[in-house]
Ligand binder design. Structure first.
Ligand code: URA
Length: 212
């Protein structure tokens, strides 16, 4: 954002809420994941997105490039987004943990508790209509539940008080779909519910017939 002139002639810098959150994170050392990371993977996409995707945390490719969901699972996520009729840049993509856990393990509860307040701030700044939560780690962290993803997916959940206008749709993680392609159909059913809520038609007949 540029610098705006006010009548007095003083220069003011319009605030960019996401940039403010990123600045607050700084060169973070709040948890032990800082020791092994290359990049903090803040999040990417449209700051006014109606649709947001949230994963668990960066993998090796994301750590190297500083962008979420750019590896194999990310390529599948991009296909899902495009089959829903969006370009990747039109949605927002983030994670509950912003630094890569070693050996691709899931972020632990302490790491999630340290990092998730920044995700909540991003959600408050973007104010999407729908968040698609990818996999059990992200869904359990956001909904504060131990329930299994297989029990949670496929229906909308309401977020806690401050964010209760946002609908949350849990679904399987794209990395899980790479190992279990037969579950793509279930994810596509979940995404069709999101599209119906957002008034979107699938653009891709193949996706409609077979799942992305
Ligand atoms: N898996 C995730 O949960 N997030 C990423 O950014 C990449 C893979």
């Amino acid at each position: 954002m540029g610098i705006a002139e006010v009548p007095s002639g003083a220069a003011i810098r319009p605030t960019d809420p996401l940039a403010t959150i990123r600045a607050e994170i700084g060169d973070c050392t709040r948890c032990k994941l800082c020791r092994g990371r290359t990049h903090i993977v803040f999040g990417v996409g449209n700051p006014h997105a109606e649709l947001m995707f949230v994963g668990e945390g960066p993998g090796a490719d994301e750590d190297r490039q500083g962008e979420p969901f750019v590896g194999r699972a990310g390529q599948l996520l991009t296909k899902i987004i495009e089959a829903m009729g969006y370009r990747r840049e039109e949605v927002y993509i983030g994670n509950v943990a912003k630094c890569r856990p070693p050996q691709n393990r899931a972020p632990d509860p302490e790491e999630i508790a340290t990092c998730i307040p920044f995700l909540w701030k991003q959600i408050a700044a973007i104010r999407p209509k729908v968040i698609v939560c990818l996999g059990s780690i992200a869904t359990q962290a956001i909904l504060k539940t131990d329930a299994k993803i297989s029990q949670l997916r496929g229906r909308f959940h309401t977020l806690p008080a401050k964010h209760d206008s946002i609908q949350l749709m849990p679904t399987f993680h794209p990395a899980y779909l790479l190992r279990n392609p037969e579950q793509k159909r279930a994810v596509w059913e979940d995404m069709k519910k999101v599209m119906a809520f957002l008034g979107r038609q699938p653009t891709n007949r193949i996706a409609e017939e077979r799942g992305p």
